[in-house]
Design a binder for this molecule. Structure first.
Ligand code: LMR
Length: 334
């Protein structure tokens, strides 16, 4: 961690959260890395609206979107230091905190449907994962959806062989590293805020993300091709600084929990449509060739990517995988 970042975080900490006077609002700084126009961006806005209303203005939520305050790794440090109170990092970014189980959500093709996914996150395994954050000084409040990922590149990516030697930007998950290597690509971990420029200047050749993230960061303007592959998932854990959360008056905490519950319902209800609209907007822009995999091509991708599950099982544990299998069976094997 850089010294100036540390000093800024400590200074912010000292000023943050505890009101000096009884009638001053409690401030929740909510930092995130995507734009306001994404499912997470809209969810954060909805939480702010609901939280301020429910607490009658006793809580003020300040949202810092699009990495204006902190980038991927920095924001987790800032949360633990108490410089911000709330974040919603993607589940792919919890490995560096030492909670590797979240990376199970990155395994290619693990979730056949959103229903299976929601049954896992809302069930005992999802709740258990959130508890693992507590010793890190973090309380997990909710799971928010973004959606399924597509691949983009500076050339068509239709077959696993097309990835050979490509430099592909990934989030900081070791499972995503294994995924790209299984395709023969060279994975490069990079903060989300740096991806556009890296694609534009050729530091990397391609990436994977949801249509909503691709469109709102204008990545499609610097990528010639996009493959609708839906090979993986991006979702978030909304998390708060534990000391801050435990120190809130009980009535306020209850009101905030209610606001979070409603904001979660809202976010998870809009995310699928938001991504469909973003894909349509990319198509309409005419800047990127969109390829939809045929059934035969999809089978090739699956064949190349399915071994990743076995490869990472040790790292991510069996819990999430077993829960996925169980919920899938409960829903009739979809
Ligand atoms: C990414 O880094 O690609 C995503 O995690 C960004 C986000 O928060 O959706």
């Amino acid at each position: 961690m850089k010294l100036n970042f540390l000093l800024a975080a400590v200074a912010a900490c000292m000023m943050a959260s505890t009101p000096a006077f009884a009638d001053e609002p409690i401030v929740i700084k909510f930092s995130h890395v995507v734009t306001k126009e994404t499912p997470k961006g809209k969810g954060a806005e909805r939480f702010k609206e609901l939280a301020e209303k429910a607490t009658n203005g006793r809580v003020k939520v300040e949202i810092y979107p699009n990495s204006v305050l902190y980038k991927d790794k920095e924001e987790l440090d800032a949360l633990q230091l108490g410089a911000v109170q709330m974040l919603a990092p993607s589940l792919a970014k919890f490995g560096p905190l030492g909670v590797r189980e979240f990376e199970a959500f990155d395994i290619p093709y693990i979730f056949p449907t959103r229903d299976v996914l929601h049954r896992v996150t809302e069930g005992p395994v999802g709740k258990g994962l959130m508890k693992k954050l507590q010793p890190k000084g973090i309380v997990g409040l909710a799971y928010w959806d973004n959606g399924f990922k597509e691949m983009t590149g500076n050339k068509p990516l239709l077959h696993p062989d097309d990835f050979k030697g490509m430099k592909m930007r990934i989030q900081s998950s070791k499972v995503l590293d294994a995924e790209m290597r299984a395709l023969g690509a060279n994975p490069q971990v990079m903060a989300f805020s740096e991806v556009y420029q890296a694609l534009q200047t050729g530091v990397v050749d391609g990436t994977e993300n949801t249509p909503s993230n691709i469109y709102t960061q204008k990545m499609h303007e610097v990528q010639s091709d996009l493959t609708v592959s839906d090979h993986g998932y991006i979702g978030y854990a909304v998390i708060v600084n534990k000391k801050f959360w435990d120190g809130l008056p009980a009535d306020i905490r209850t009101q905030l929990e209610g606001a979070m519950k409603d904001a979660t319902k809202y976010t998870n209800a809009i995310s699928e449509q938001e991504n469909a609209q973003a894909l349509e907007a990319i198509r309409k822009s005419g800047k990127t060739n969109i390829h939809v995999l045929t059934a035969a091509e999809k089978a090739e991708w699956r064949k190349a990517l399915l071994p990743v599950r076995k490869e990472v099982e040790k790292r991510v544990g069996k819990e999430v995988l077993a829960a996925v299998d169980k919920e899938q069976a409960a829903l009739g094997g979809h």
